[in-house]
Design a protein around this ligand. Structure first.
Ligand code: FES
Length: 325
């Protein structure tokens, strides 16, 4: 049986299944509620119940004081709904709402999608999730002064399993260390979240995602977040790669486009940025109503912004994030 949960003061709603933890249901719905361990130890997911019946589904080591208990405070990761609920909780909507977390992760998997592109999957320790907003970055530190800030490619709904995409640059010690020496279970320390661009809240404009190469990584996180939030507006993703490269997540993009009526995917393969921009613009009769999120190398971003604004998209409706290997 499913129940409706209202969160105030935001007025947001989400649906939860019987026996599902309230935290899991909120994250599944794309809501960024405070949380940490997911198992009753840290107390970060404390909310106040204003209305409704609950079941406790897990013991928690975190101790709530008598005043908190009598005010109706509970831990979302340890309770499920037994009726519709009204909760008082704050939601993070802006990157600056979330403090930087320091976590030592381990490599769960390395996927070499071609000679120069790699998907890196990290796992946080048990009971330690990374809280972030789609589009934000993390700093990965390998030790020996080897560190790199990269966009997080995975969904904020699963802070235990993190994904990053890298492009090999033979002159760069960090990417060489990952491509040549990284192995399953190797530890990588991350500091996150930081920087990046996140979805503009409460904006009903149709969304134009534009990415070059591994700029796909933050787009994947944002698409997952848009789907969790059940965005109704039209979304188009133009993914540009060089003619000798491939769209390494083409299957994911095509299957998402097939499954979601308001999501469209346009793979672009060209030799020059000018050709790519022309192809993207030709796709649209009118870009004026859109909001655009661009993830491209620094040398290309300004050309894309200029081309979009010349075609009628106001510059304040364009967010961009320079992507490096
Ligand atoms: S997330 Fe740590 S107690 Fe719920």
């Amino acid at each position: 049986m499913a129940y409706q949960v209202e969160i105030i003061p935001s007025g947001t709603h989400f649906e939860t299944e019987e026996k599902e933890s309230l935290l899991h249901a909120a994250l599944r719905a794309g809501l960024n509620v405070d949380h940490g361990c997911t198992n009753g130890a840290c107390g970060h997911c404390k909310v106040r119940v204003l209305n409704g019946e609950l079941s406790r589904i897990r013991h928690h080591d975190f101790i709530l004081g008598d005043a908190e208990k009598s005010a109706g405070d509970i831990l979302m990761c340890c309770h499920s709904a037994r009726s519709d609920l009204k909760l008082e909780a704050s939601l993070a909507t802006d990157g600056s709402d979330i403090p930087i977390q320091e976590i030592t992760t381990r490599i769960r998997r390395l996927e070499h999608v071609d000679d120069n592109t790699l998907r890196l999957y990290l796992r946080t320790p048990r009971g330690k999730t990374l809280r972030f907003i789609a589009g934000q970055h993390a700093v990965l530190n390998l030790g020996n002064n080897l560190q790199r800030e990269l966009p997080i490619a995975s969904c904020p709904c699963d802070g235990l399993n993190l994904e990053f995409h890298l492009h090999r640059d033979s002159s760069d010690a960090f990417t060489n260390a990952i491509f040549e020496h990284a192995k399953k279970s190797m530890s990588i320390h991350i500091s996150a979240p930081c920087n990046g661009i996140t979805l503009v809240e409460n904006d009903p404009s149709p969304i134009l995602f534009i990415a070059w190469g591994i700029g796909f990584a933050p787009v994947q996180s944002l698409i997952e977040n848009c789907l969790s939030l059940a965005f109704q507006q039209e979304m188009v993703f133009h993914w540009v790669v060089h003619e000798h490269e491939k769209h390494y997540a083409d299957g994911y993009c095509r299957s998402t486009s097939d499954a979601i009526d308001n999501f469209h995917y346009n793979p672009v393969q060209t030799t020059t940025a000018t050709e790519a921009i022309e192809e993207i613009l030709n796709w649209h009769d009118n870009v004026e109503p859109w909001r655009s999120y661009i993830f491209a190398p620094p040398a290309i971003i300004d050309s894309v912004i200029d081309a979009l604004s010349e075609k009628g998209l106001a510059k304040e409706k364009i967010q961009s994030d320079p992507i490096v290997a």
